[in-house]
Structures are given as C-alpha cells and as structure tokens.
Design a protein around this ligand. Structure first.
Ligand SMILES: [Zn+2]
Length: 80
C-alpha cells in the first residue's frame, strides 16, 4: 500500500510489544521496529491477550472497590 499524505499527521502511539511511543507511517502500524514485530509474532501475541485479560480484571476490581468505598462512606455519613 503506498503511503498517503494524511498519514504524515498520524499521532505517536505506544508499540504493541514494548510500549515505547513511536510515530506510525501507516494507520495500521503497531510496532516501533521490525524487532518488536517479530518478537510479538514469535510469542504468538500471548502478551497482548494477557494484557487485555488483566486490564479487564483490573477494571472489575476497581469497580468493586469503588462500590465498597461508596457503601462505606454512605454508612459512615448516615451513622453521624
Ligand atoms: Zn517496540
């Protein structure tokens, strides 16, 4: 695919493998270097799957904690 002029305006994004920010030269660039791209494919993208799973778990834990704090505050306020 030949590069399009508007692609020069693409914002920096984190590399899907190492997380370092890089300037993509096409909208579907996900890696900062060929080394990271190869490493990601070598590991079968398992880190990516794990990262998504952990982010979901973490969001659930945060939600649960938020709810507990709200309940505790509400109890403390009504006790006064
Ligand atoms: Zn990278």
């Amino acid at each position: 695919m030949p590069p399009k002029p508007e692609w020069a305006q693409l914002r920096r994004r984190p590399c899907s493998y190492c997380g370092n920010p890089f300037k993509p030269t096409s909208p579907d660039h996900r890696f900062c270097s060929p080394k990271c791209r190869r490493a990601w494919h070598y590991h079968g993208g398992s880190y990516e799957k794990l990262r998504i799973l952990l982010e979901k778990r973490l969001a659930g834990i945060e939600e649960n904690l938020d709810q507990k704090i709200r309940t505790a505050v509400a109890v403390a306020l009504t006790a006064e």
